[in-house]
Design a protein around this ligand. Structure first.
Ligand code: SAH
Length: 348
């Protein structure tokens, strides 16, 4: 324990923890801290993937504009509201609207459309939190959405290293704009979620260290991480990827998750779908490494197989909002309890 704490304070120490010098002590310490602050509570978020249209061409992502094979969909306001109603009846008090950067929601007209959806949810569920995750927008647009009732925003920095960010994205996506968005969101009073994929091609442990330092500056309220998973219809999806590499990515994700819990004791950290997708035990392992949030899929069943940011993405069983009992069993098996609560960050 003493070694873990000491390692958190230096670059070499963090690199040593990331390379797996002391996993069991690291996970135990992460659980101790999460229990000190959040007890055994696990917060629920209902994830509504409301559009898979995207104008971007991120090199890792299956819903990139260039993937002509993917059937596209967009949910209308009534469908989204229906999913919130179902979620609310199941005890969900946070709705996360996630999507690609859909041109239909661009510009002032697009803002009107998105604000209309946000304010309709806000009017009907005033005791719930609305989280948006729709990528990079102007400060003005973020302000309008905040005024319409959005309270949280998830925008992973993906890579704090500008050099790695540029390698993972097309030339028109600038690392400085990603950071500008995150600081604008903070400044506008959103609870902000940052994060990254672990083990994306070209990422080293030193890159992860840069991410940790960036987040120490940003001080996000939420931090979402998951293992990188391939999609064949992307530029990065053609690389070799063995079962052993996937096992290593799972383990590295768990280590980073535990380190995040210790560096950001108050953060809301989900045990993500990507963790559950890479290994049947992934969600449990995430909870045992310090995660305190689960985000089952609340999208209509008819579109769930179309939000394929990576292949073999789970959207059934405990990953589906309707199967809350299955999820409750997993969470209680890990030693925790799902609570019906808005689940805001508990700042020290
Ligand atoms: N367009 C939104 C939402 C993107 S999807 C945005 O830009 O924020 C949410 C997250 O899924 C992304 O931030 C990314 O980190 C993750 N993701 C995308 N492709 C992935 C892949 N192949 N493997 C694992 N995670 C992926």
């Amino acid at each position: 324990m003493i070694m873990v704490k000491k390692n958190l304070t230096t670059d070499d120490g963090l690199l040593s923890l990331l390379s797996g010098s002391d996993d069991e002590a690291l996970f135990a310490e992460a659980r101790r801290i999460r229990e000190e602050i959040y007890g055994d509570a696990v917060y629920l978020r209902g994830l509504i993937e409301f559009t898979n249209y995207c104008k971007n061409n991120c090199c890792y992502c299956g819903i990139r504009a260039g993937n002509a094979k993917l059937p596209r969909y967009r949910l209308d306001k009534e469908t989204i509201l229906d999913r919130c109603r179902l979620g609310y009846s199941l005890g969900f008090m946070t709705f996360v609207l996630q999507g690609g950067e859909d041109p239909y929601f661009d510009g002032p007209k697009g803002d009107d459309r998105l604000c209309d959806i946000v304010s309709a949810i806000h009017d009907e569920f005033p005791d719930c939190a609305i989280t948006l995750s729709v990528g990079e927008r102007s400060r003005e647009s973020y302000k309008r959405l905040r005024d319409a009732g959005a309270r949280r925003y998830l925008l992973r920095q993906e890579a704090a290293s500008a050099e790695l960010y540029r390698r993972l994205h097309p030339a028109e996506m600038l690392p400085e704009n990603r950071l500008r968005c995150l600081y604008d969101l903070k400044d506008l009073g959103y609870q902000v979620g940052a994060g990254l994929m672990v083990g994306v091609p070209g990422q080293s442990l030193e890159h992860l260290l840069e991410d940790l330092k960036f987040m120490q500056k940003l001080q996000p309220d939420m931090i979402g991480i998951g293992p990188y998973l391939q999609h064949a219809d992307t530029p990065l999806g053609k690389l070799e990827d063995s079962a052993e590499q996937r096992r290593d990515r799972l383990q590295l994700t768990l280590r980073l998750l535990a380190i995040l819990r210790l560096l950001f004791p108050y953060a809301l950290i989900p045990s993500t779908t990507a963790l559950a997708s890479i290994d049947p035990a992934g969600r449990t392992l995430g909870l045992r490494a310090g995660a305190n949030v689960v985000m089952p899929n609340l999208s209509p069943a008819t579109v769930r197989d179309k939000y394929t940011i990576y292949e073999n993405k789970l959207s059934s069983g405990a990953e589906a909002a309707e199967q809350k009992l299955a999820l409750e069993q997993i969470v209680s098996g890990a030693g925790y309890q799902i609570v019906s609560d808005i689940g805001d960050v508990k700042r020290g």
